[in-house]
Design a protein around this ligand. Structure first.
Ligand code: UDX
Ligand code: UDX
Length: 464
């Protein structure tokens, strides 16, 4: 039986996942370790509003379990040594160098973890891949672990995480399914059974699927590719709606009532973001290409091509509508996170839209309820389009949405935060330059109401 769990990586996946395991399994000691001292300090901090990951309901869970059976630490070796099961939940970014640059997943952190486990372990361990990994990574981990010659037995399982940010706690509490891939050997099956027992503490057994390791790894990439493809499909239709006079929300509702299609994930947007979709599809494309499956690779790559186009055309439309120049004009950006209810900004469409507008010399005022100034500048600096000094000159990050919109020529809605719907839009309008424009990249607001107030409106996927 698993009694002591260690998770390497206290990020958006490791933090929430381990918190729920601790909550639902009081008899298991869970230690989340990370190299980043600052992050661990924040997880251990008194102020629950300042945890490194914002997720509705998470602070309450951490508060309930921390110090009882949930611990956050930088003492990686010690936690590895004590654990029966080790989750690897470190990041696997797209490679920025060498073979597979811009496409393949960079597995260096995974390999470092495997080597560290191999070096430290003195008793048998179950090692579980939580990070999304290209097919057959488990084989590489196994090779490192099983050639240590220290007599320790390692069983490697794949247990991809399907939680979506912003709903992590409820996704973890009642998952559609839990997927566990293991080696089809006696020992492999036993290890998988032990992990099944952990999840059985709160998940119905019929929702826990066991497969071989390769199927499990590929299922995770496939799930994300299908989800991203749905967003790109509805976004492709949004452009067609705009030129033909249809309304993409109506189209989505009409097709979503077909039970074969289903209603979820049909919200047109300025483009998908987040740490997973683009990375996983690029990874899939890379794998397909490496097996010579060029048509398969091209098919999936188109999902990214369309997504990039959606972000660019949204920015281009702002410039065109503002009489072909935004140079020196103030534009309010409402929303910087890649979706609502998270403080995560990785690959957020807002970053790319802002970058395009800054290229046209606009001045931006950014407001997001959960994203701070430092993160906005870090995101822009990372693109290396401009220096930090230039970004600071052109972009103000403010803590009040009314302040962001004051004196602006236009507003761009880039994240679907609920609070945007209940703003006093009359007051905002009164304090803007005229004509006052609003560009709704999330088809979120009531356009009729905004037009009545006097705004000139554009909403993604809505034709005239
Ligand atoms: C990551 C990946 O992005 C995703 O593909 C995968 O499915 C799960 O892991 P996430 O938790 O969102 O997701 O990443 P991040 O928030 O960056 O957290 C990773 C943590 O691992 C960081 O806090 C980092 O400091 C830590 N880390 C990284 C280590 O502790 N050791 C390492 O060697 C590398
Ligand atoms: C995704 C997967 O959903 C999750 O199962 C996996 O574990 C990690 O990747 P996440 O990236 O957290 O989760 O959020 P998700 O809700 O999938 O949204 C991704 C992006 O697509 C966001 O930018 C979101 O705004 C966008 N999106 C989503 C749309 O534009 N329209 C939709 O209908 C749904």
């Amino acid at each position: 039986m698993i009694k002591n769990i260690c998770c390497i990586g206290a990020g958006y996946v490791g933090g929430p996942t381990m918190s729920i395991i601790a909550l639902k399994s009081p008899h298991i000691k869970v230690t989340v370790v990370d190299l980043n001292q600052e992050r661990i300090d924040a997880w251990n901090g008194e102020d629950l509003d300042k945890l490194p990951v914002y997720e509705p309901g998470l602070a309450e869970v951490v508060d309930q379990c921390r110090g009882k059976n949930l611990f956050f630490s930088t003492e990686v070796d010690k936690a590895i040594d004590k654990a029966d099961a080790i989750f690897i939940s470190v990041n696997t970014p797209t490679k920025t160098y060498g073979v597979g640059k811009g496409m393949a997943a960079d597995l260096k952190y995974i390999e470092l973890c495997a080597r560290q486990i191999a070096r430290v372990a003195t008793s048998d361990k179950i090692v579980i891949e939580k990070s999304t990994l290209p097919v057959r990574t488990a084989e590489a981990i196994a090779n490192i672990l099983k050639n240590t010659g220290n007599g320790v037995d390692f069983q490697i399982l794949s247990n991809p995480e399907f939680l979506a940010e912003g709903t992590a706690v409820s996704d973890l509490m009642s998952p559609d399914r839990v997927l566990i891939g293991g080696e089809q050997t006696e020992k492999g099956k036993k290890a998988a059974e032990k992990l099944v027992d952990v999840y059985k503490n709160w998940v119905d057994e019929d929702k826990i699927l066991t497969t071989n390791v390769w199927s499990s790894e590929l299922s995770k990439l496939t799930a994300n590719a299908f989800l991203a493809q749905r967003v790109s499909s509805i976004n492709a239709m949004s452009e067609l709606c705009e030129v033909t006079g249809a309304d993409v929300n109506e189209v989505a509702r009409a097709i979503g009532t077909d039970s074969r299609i289903g209603s979820k994930f049909l919200k047109a947007s300025v483009g998908f973001g987040g740490s997973c979709f683009q990375k996983d599809i690029l990874n899939l494309v890379y794998i397909a290409k490496s097996y010579g499956l060029n048509e398969v690779a091209d098919y999936w790559e188109q999902v990214i091509v369309l997504n990039d186009h959606q972000k660019r055309r949204f920015a281009a439309n702002i410039v065109k509508t503002l009489f072909n120049t935004v140079s020196g004009k103030d534009i309010a950006i409402l929303g910087w996170a890649f979706k609502k209810d998270t403080n995560d900004t990785r690959e957020s469409a807002a970053i790319y839209v802002a970058d395009e507008l800054l290229n046209e010399r606009a001045s931006l005022k950014v407001y997001d309820p959960k994203v701070n100034e430092e993160k906005v500048y870090t995101d822009l600096n990372y693109l290396e389009t401009r220096t930090n000094k230039e970004n600071v000159e052109l972009v103000d990050v403010v803590e009040d949405p009314y302040e962001a919109c004051k004196g602006a020529h236009a507003i761009a809605i880039l994240t679907e935060w609920d609070e945007f719907k209940s703003y006093d839009w009359n007051r905002i309008y009164d304090n803007m330059q005229k004509p006052a424009f609003i560009f709704d990249g999330r088809a979120l607001l009531d356009l009729e109401e905004l037009s009545r107030i006097g705004f000139i409106t554009y909403s993604i996927g809505k034709g005239n």
